[in-house]
Design a protein around this ligand. Sequence first.
Ligand code: ZN
Length: 380
Amino acid sequence: MDGLGGLPRQSDRLTELEAAKTPNLDRLAAEGECGLHQPIGSGITPGSGPSHLALFGYDPIKYDVGRGVLSALGIGFDLKPDDIAARGNFCTVDDNGTVTDRRAGRIGTDKNKELCEELGKIELSGTELFIDTVSEHRFLFVLRGKGLGDRVNDTDPQETGRRPLKAEGEDDASRKTAALVEEFLKRAGDILNDHHPANMVLMRGFSKHPDWPTVPDVYGFKAAAIANYPMYRGVSKLVGMNVLEVEYGIDKEFEALEANWNDYDFFYLHVKKTDSHGEDGDFEAKVSVIEETDRHLSLIDKLKPDVILVTGDHSTPSEMKYHSWHPVPVLIWSKFVRPDGAKTFGERECLKGALGVRFPATDLMPLVMANSHRLEKYGA
Ligand code: ZN
């Protein structure tokens, strides 16, 4: 559950997870081992990309991936090894070229498609250009050509009241990319001129597809991802999981889990709305998503998994309306866990758990492996 961790509300000092009625999670917590993991490090507020990588066992500092690659994978774009991908945002600029809205009033996806079609017609010297809609104000930008580098800065100034930054490369190959980006931006500005509020674009996260060990390579199992939102589908694909086609909704996600149960060794199932409601500051709505997810967990009695791990990628307290650095509740359930003090699933109860507090999220996959008897003995 994305952004699962929370902070207590004023009225009764309960967090979202503590306030939620979760009989299935409470039973798993009582029978299993609990704790609170730390996605990146002490005091670090994680983005969902790196914190998911940590959950999948990848050191999020070493395995750093650009936003462009995640956007490409998320919408199923067939990224080639030498392609340069970036995340584009339609934005609003005034007559002086100063950014007044970094998201162009979150234009609709239909308008986005119309504009992407226009931008896709731009021809750049000796390079193929692909422009694809992601959603609302977001689009994907891909350059396909020879000898292009990805060490190019974001042109997004990160705040309004400033002009977009000039794209500059750190090495020869990246300077070649930067020159093409500048050429694109100039033409894009001309095309978008009379499309207020989407009258300019900002670029972020220039990157190439990284050559990383995959989940099947590292863990030796066939893994499936069940996720509705593009970025999570992208991260899953990046680490070599098979991303299942699934309709929107938690119920549809659990239906997909059941339908595919016999075809995989491992499932990652992502619930997004816990995070979205946390970011909106809607405590009650976050509680209800946790409760909805809990109801679907009754399926477990039917499927009989060897191991169940329930956690979030980071905390998103409704009180803060943002991701936070707080450690994240986690429970692991299998036949081979030690009893601990946690009787229900919540931040306070997890403090009594056998897994400990502030342990690295990258420890979780080895525990999943061990609990399913998939790790060999170390040494004689
Ligand atoms: Zn997240």
